[in-house]
Design a protein around this ligand. Structure first.
Ligand code: APR
Length: 309
């Protein structure tokens, strides 16, 4: 059985562990800094196994030694932004957490593929890469799969059609500057630009961009975790089963799209070993402008790392 570690046994981490176990993608190790939390959730998940008929072993631990030999590691450890906390405060705290987590990954699981989920996503994925020192294809972040899932859900609701045939594409940073691409978003091969008016599409694009905030506003305490954990599970599956699916992920760019030394959401081929190929789309000038704006926001975030450190 492959070994999949989820670091951070909070809402996203524990739900990802559940989905991974239910799909029997491998044995799951759940870790957290809080004593008892990963052990308790892991045992609870293990006890659900006989009821649902999944055979994955699930263990909880506070000891990084137990991540040894992991094939894939998902990082969800971190804190969420609380009232009164600036983006810079959040960046500082989560950078410290991701640095510590990544040092342990490099030490105990040097051959793993790492998927970062902690926000601010593009910057935390950059910190993971620089701290682990892994090759860039083995470190990537979860953003576009979630954002395109949200876009697809809104399209299905609008058209009153099944979600099954929708293929949505969202590029760029995981935040206010993300770039949903209607031209590359289809329903059974039909671009949505053929099925909806420009203003309807614009409304759905805007709802996608503020999709995370919409959930936060409803929940009041906490943020989305069902869709984020589903997105992570799809990515873990692609790596474990070497499916070579094409997905939008937060990937390291080394000249692609004219960008260097940056993480940004782009379509990639995902399989064994991680990102096998970055796919470069020929973007129209307005799409390119939006992606450049998004890249600039991520670059500013990366630059501010040097200031906060
Ligand atoms: N090492 C390990 N675990 C840690 C550490 C650390 N240094 N610091 C915090 N954690 C754990 C917390 O104890 C908590 O259980 O990370 C977990 C985070 O879980 P939640 O607070 O429930 O947050 P969640 O909703 O799961 O979101 C996690 O994913 O989508 C992003 O923005 C979200 O950055 C956030 C992350």
């Amino acid at each position: 059985m492959p070994k999949i570690t989820v670091i951070g046994a909070g809402f996203v981490g524990a739900t990802a562990a559940q989905r991974i176990a239910e799909k029997e993608l491998g044995d799951v190790v759940l870790t957290d800094i809080v004593e008892g939390l990963p052990q308790g959730k892991a045992l609870d998940l293990l006890e659900a196994g006989p009821l649902f008929g999944y055979d994955s072993k699930i263990t909880g631990t506070n000891d990084y030694k137990d991540i040894e030999g992991s094939d894939v590691i998902v990082i969800t450890a971190g804190i969420a932004r609380k009232t009164g906390m600036t983006r810079e405060d959040l960046l500082k705290i989560n950078t410290k957490i991701i640095t510590e987590v990544s040092q342990n990954i490099a030490r105990y699981a040097p051959d793993s593929v790492v998927i970062t989920v902690t926000n601010p996503l593009d910057i935390m994925t950059y910190v993971t890469l620089k701290t682990t020192g892994f090759e860039p294809g083995r470190v990537f972040g979860m953003s576009g799969v979630l954002d395109s899932g949200r876009f697809a859900a809104f399209i299905a609701m609008e058209l009153g059609c099944s979600i099954r045939d929708i293929n949505a594409m969202v590029l760029g940073g995981h935040g206010d500057t993300m770039v949903p691409l209607p031209r590359f978003t289809t329903v059974t091969g039909i671009p949505i630009t053929e099925l909806m008016t420009v203003s309807t599409i614009q409304r759905l694009v805007e709802r996608t961009i503020s999709g995370g905030a919409e959930i936060v506003n409803l929940l009041k305490t906490g943020s989305a975790f069902y869709a984020p954990s589903a997105a992570v599970t799809n990515m873990v599956e692609a790596v474990i089963k070497d499916t070579e699916r094409i997905m939008p992920v937060c990937a390291y760019l080394d000249g692609e799209y004219g960008k260097k030394d940056i993480y940004l959401g782009v379509p990639v081929k995902l399989g064994k070993g991680g990102v096998k190929q970055v796919i470069e789309l020929k973007l129209a000038s307005d799409e390119k402008k939006a992606l450049d704006r998004s890249a600039k926001a991520v670059m500013d975030g990366i630059a501010s790392l040097k200031v906060v450190n």
